[in-house]
Write a protein that binds this ligand. Structure first.
Ligand SMILES: Cc1ncc(COP(=O)(O)O)c(C=O)c1O
Length: 409
């Protein structure tokens, strides 16, 4: 394995050769990444050639179904789950909503659900609403200074009535990588299910979901170079145990039980494009011929090493600036390159606007991590400034961001 070939990578994202985006540096990747060319091509091809109802015997229909099936199979293999364990819905928020409806039928008064205040609201609010049916909601709180979650605090909340624990692999504001396997082991020892939000982690490398031990694992493909789609893995046994949320006559079909909205066929087919991109990067970096799990692990390391090297100078700048409050850790290796901060004397909204004058795309606000900002004593309206990148970001772009911040702060 060599260093990431940045030219190869950037050549696969049409945004980098799009004239209207020339000179613009994208630092709102945690909101949504650029789409890789392969995903765009699959979408385009689907709409041109196979935009019919899939799974009938006439050729375009059969082909449409085959494309959807291959997308599911390829991504499931990469994630190390069964093909029947991967589900696509409109978004992660929609996927958690549907599972919450199933849990509402399954859990009774006195059962306990643990949520954090570090998560995006998509992995909090739906579970909290189960409280109206008598389910007891317990909150696993962050340390109000470091914004970190501590396993010991979870241990104190787990009990004989705990049925579900929902937490994040990586917060979209704090960005530390939580020790998912350690936590899912704790949850399972307590006899509960672990629901893990991987949305902020996956753009930095798709995981081995089995190794993480999550019963339900969620992420959003529009942040992983693909179409606007939510992906959810659901352990086979749990699928069978939870009440179906689909049409009654489909209750025997595992793939139809938790996607009542009906999948977007073209977007599912376009997941093939994300997998084509992963395969191309793997091949380019000497992984061709290796088992898929080895390729996935190699890509995770490749992205992580690249992002860590780019991230450290930005963290050094922010943590060394007397007027800046950096949220989360200052060691790049321990976190994702999603960097939230406050700058003394600058409203976050204003600073993001000033940065846009440098042709830097940076966001501000609470990013739906509303409860986290409350816990940290941060104004939830103005929120934080957040600069986030992925492996395709260049050193020059990060240098421009640091330069602009230096000029403005
Ligand atoms: C960490 C995290 N979880 C969940 C979500 C919700 O994802 P979706 O937009 O697919 O509903 C987001 C969206 O930004 C997120 O950042």
């Amino acid at each position: 394995m060599t260093d990431l070939d940045l030219d190869f990578v950037r050549a696969r994202f049409p945004a980098f050769s799009e004239p209207s985006l020339a000179g613009f540096a994208h630092f709102e990747n945690a909101g949504g990444s650029y789409a890789c060319g392969q995903a765009i091509e699959w979408l385009d091809r689907y709409y041109r050639q196979t935009k019919v109802q899939p799974y009938y015997p006439f050729p375009p229909s059969t082909k449409a179904g085959e494309q959807m099936d291959s997308a599911r199979a390829r991504m499931a293999a990469w994630l190390n789950v069964g093909t029947d364990e991967l589900h696509f819905g409109p978004s992660t928020s929609q996927n958690t909503y549907v599972i919450a409806q199933a849990l509402r039928e399954k859990l009774g008064p006195g059962d306990e659900v643990i949520v954090t205040n570090q998560d995006h609201e998509a992995n909090i609010g739906v579970w909290r609403r189960l409280g109206s049916g008598g389910v007891v909601i317990r909150e696993w709180k962050v340390d109000p200074v470091t914004a970190e979650l501590h396993a010991a605090d979870l241990a104190a909340l787990l009990g004989p009535r705990t049925r579900v624990v929902a937490f994040t692999q990586c917060s979209n504001v704090v960005a530390s990588i939580n020790p998912v396997r350690e936590l899912t082991d704790m949850v399972h020892r307590a006899g509960a299910w672990a629901i893990v939000d991987g949305v902020a982690a996956c753009p930095h490398g798709l995981p081995d979901v089995q190794a993480l031990g999550a019963d339900i694992y969620l992420f959003s493909l529009y942040k992983v170079y693909g179409p606007h789609l939510g992906a959810m893995t659901l352990r086979r046994e749990l699928n069978a145990e939870l009440p179906s949320q689909g049409h009654f006559f489909n209750a025997g079909k595992p793939g139809a039980r938790f996607t009542p909205a009906g999948p977007d066929h073209a977007q599912i087919a376009a997941v093939n494009g994300v997998m084509d991109y992963m395969d191309a990067v793997a091949d380019r970096h000497g992984c061709d011929g290796q088992p898929v799990q080895a390729q996935a692990a190699a890509i995770r390391k490749l992205f992580h090493d690249r992002e860590t090297a780019l991230l450290q100078p930005l963290l050094d700048f922010l943590s060394g600036h007397p007027g800046v409050r950096l949220i989360g850790r200052d060691r790049a290796a321990e976190r994702a390159p999603t960097v939230a901060f406050l700058a003394e004397g600058h409203a976050s909204r204003d600073l993001a606007r000033r940065l846009s004058e440098f042709r830097l795309g940076v966001g501000s606000g609470n990013f739906y991590a509303y409860r986290l900002l409350q816990a940290l004593g941060i104004d939830t309206d103005d929120g934080v400034v957040r600069a986030s990148f992925v492996h395709y970001t260049s050193e020059e772009e990060v240098g421009r961001l640091i330069g602009a911040l230096d000029a403005l702060l």
